[in-house]
Structure formats: C-alpha cells, structure tokens
Design a protein around this ligand. Sequence first.
Ligand code: ADP
Ligand code: MG
Ligand code: MG
Length: 447
Amino acid sequence: MASLNTVTYPSDPADPRVRTLGELAVDYALSHGLVMKPAADGAQLSNAAGLAVHAPLALFPSPFPRAGFERALTIQPHLNRLFDRIAADDEFLETYLSSLIKADEFTRRLYDLYRVDRETPRNQRQTAVMGFHRSDYLLHAPDGQLSTAQTIQQVEFNTVSVSFASLGQVTTDFHRAIVLMVVQPNERNIYDQRFVEYELQTKHNINLVRLTVAEVTQKVKLDSANHAMVNGQEVAVIYYRWGYSPDDYNCEEDWTARGLLERSWAIKCPNIAYQLAGTKKVQEVLSRPGALERFIDEPAVCQQLRDCFTGLYPMDSSPAGRQAVAQALESPENFVMKPQREGGGNNIYGTDIPGVLRHMNESEQEAHILMDLIRPPKVHNLLIRNGELHHGPVISELGIFGAWLSDEDGTVHINETRGHLLRTKVESSNEGGIAAGFGVIDSPLLI
Ligand code: ADP
Ligand code: MG
Ligand code: MG
C-alpha cells in the first residue's frame, strides 16, 4: 500500500483488485470517448480501419492541495486579461521579440505576419480577439514530499492550440456561421476535437469544418471583402489546433495559407499577437521587476501572479543574461533551458545544458530562456497506457483553462475560468505532454 497523506491506494499492478479496476477503467474510457488514434506509423492504416485506443489515464485521482488549486482558479481571469494587454502592446512585443527573430526563423515568420496585421488599418481587419488558454503549474517540493501548504509554480501559459473544454457561450453570437478548425494531418487526438464539433452541432446548430493546412490552401478563398469562404459559407471563427510548431509548416504554401487566414475577417483563436504573447520569452520578461505593473494596475493582483512565478532568466548579453548563463554552467542541475517552442519535447534539462550551450552561437543562445527547475512532490499512483498498468512515483501538472473574447476598443465580452486538466507522468520523465506520449490524463483529489 502506498500512503498519500490522507488516502491510501493499492500499488501492485498484479493485485487482482487493481487488475479488475484497470479493466473497468479501460472499458469506461473506450465507451465514453476517452480515446485517441493509435500511435506509430500505422496512422494511415488506423484511419482506414477505424481503430482507436483508450487515452492514457491514471487509475486513481492524484492528490493535489486544495489551496493551490483554488489559487490557480482565482488568478486565471487576471492572466487572461494580462495576456490580452500584452498582445495589444506593440512596443512591448517589438522590444522583446526583436532579439529572438534574428536567430529563430519560426518566430520571425510569425512576427512578420503580426506586422502585416498591425499595419492594416483598423476598419479593414478583425479587431475582436478570442483566447482559449491554459495556464500550467507544478507544485514545488524540494524534499519531494507532498504537503497541503505547497505553493503552485507556473510552468508556462499556453495561448495556442489548447484542447477545448467547451466553446459553449463563446460562440452563441455566431449562429449559422461556420467554425473552421485547422488541424494537423493524422491527428491522434481527433476525438478531443470531435467533441467540440458535436457540441457545436447539437447545442448551437453551428457547423465545424476540420481542415489541414493543405486543405486550407485548396478550399479556403478570400472574397473581395476578405471574408474567408469555404464551400460557399463564411468562416466566423478559426480555431487553430495546428501552427504552433515549425514542423507544421512544410512548404511556402503553408505559410501563405496562415497569412490568408490571418488577413481574413474571421475571429482567430488565437490571433498572431496572442501566439507571440504566449512565447517563453514573454514569460521571462514578465518575471522582471515592474513588468507586470506595465499591464496590471492592482498591486495585490501583481503579487498574486508573481507568487506563482519561479526564477526565469534571459540568455542574452545583458548583465542578468550573462550571470544566468554562468550559473547554468556552474550548477546546471538547477535549471531548464527552453527555446521558443510548443508541444513538448523541446526543452534541455539540467546537466545536458552545458553541452548544448557549447555548440550555440550568441544569437542562438539568446533565442532561449533559462528557468529554475521546479521539483514537484512525488506521489504514488497507477497509470494505464495501452491497457497496461504501471506503478510508480508520479508527478502531476495542473492546467487551468481560460476563455476570453474582447474587442480592441476595450470591451471584454468573456473573461472566465473554464475548468481544469491534471496531467500526470512518471517521476523519471522530464516532460508531461499526453499527446507527446509522456503523460496520462488524471483528475485531482483535493486535499
Ligand atoms: P511546452 O510548451 O512544450 O509544453 P513547457 O514549458 O510546458 O513546454 O515544458 C514541457 C514540460 O517540461 C512541462 O510540462 C514540465 O513537465 C517540464 N518543465 C517545464 N519547465 C519546467 C521547470 N521549470 N521545472 C520542472 N519541469 C519543467
Ligand atoms: Mg506550451
Ligand atoms: Mg507545456
């Protein structure tokens, strides 16, 4: 038996009770649509054969301190507002992203699209912005033990391609318009996306069209007034589940398609400014003294947000940057190094950092940030993947969803906290993404 402060779970995968529960969990997942496409090169085969597997999940809810969970819910509307203000702040984005775009082609191309958007007069472009965000947290526990007093530390704030909890009210204004979801080819997480489609159809009578970027190139045209038209219908909202990684852009046509969508009248979720505001660089800048105050007037709110920030450092030629790099070389085990990328699997951890730095020139280094390594508490749980149970000390990452809809004139239509996601991974893995194959879906047992 593994003790978890307040609860005790069985831990032996061979325990007959555990095996029975594991079978029930898999049946539950399969019959409730908690499913994904199978992994591997069989993607095409599985599309044809209609195969699905259960999404990896935790057998028991992992314990999570109630106070930290509630803090994360409370600050979400402030974070939604903060990122809207950042995205609207030309000078801020230009100042802090200009150094990145020298070394990072991907960020530069996004930034070029942003400039086109900003240089278009207001009456010729869409000024409404829609955000669907997820702010991610780990608990910090240097001794590795879970305690109810532990504070949450923000891992990152995601503005692009966040899985949808509910489009719900956000789109009630757009009846009989259609929503365009831009997706990756051979998406394994298709059922998460289908939920959105069915909800929109049955509850709101809105059609959703899923297209890959290659299909966007073929099927989406701008009319003379820049309405994005597909099959003779105007697209009201574009929801990106694609476009956050350089791998998503395979050819020049893919960038052209992104530019076309950005220029259209459709409301983008997110628009390009939001995507840039969600970069790791911006997260680092926000942790500097006075940075939050540029966007938020209330000192108490700034304090609440700052309480969740762990140490973040530039890797540029500023004195702070030089000092941070020197520290990372001296005690790399305390740091994570991050490029401006999304989707998991891109970070450089601990003792790998010095070796990687040796092969980088200055401007490549500058396109990264350094972050203190958060050491989350380990708890015991059983994880089920492909029908198999694994016991292990595990680590949980809490994500809080935020929904936002506003206009550039300052009107905020929606600013809400919309649910949560707990992702759990075995302690030995650095990364926690579910689609990336590292983590499982869990739910918090508040303690
Ligand atoms: P991505 O945008 O690719 O998801 P993240 O910043 O979320 O990038 O990093 C991916 C994963 O790496 C996180 O889910 C977490 O498990 C781990 N990680 C990131 N930053 C830290 C940190 N400072 N301390 C400990 N683990 C971290
Ligand atoms: Mg991310
Ligand atoms: Mg992440």
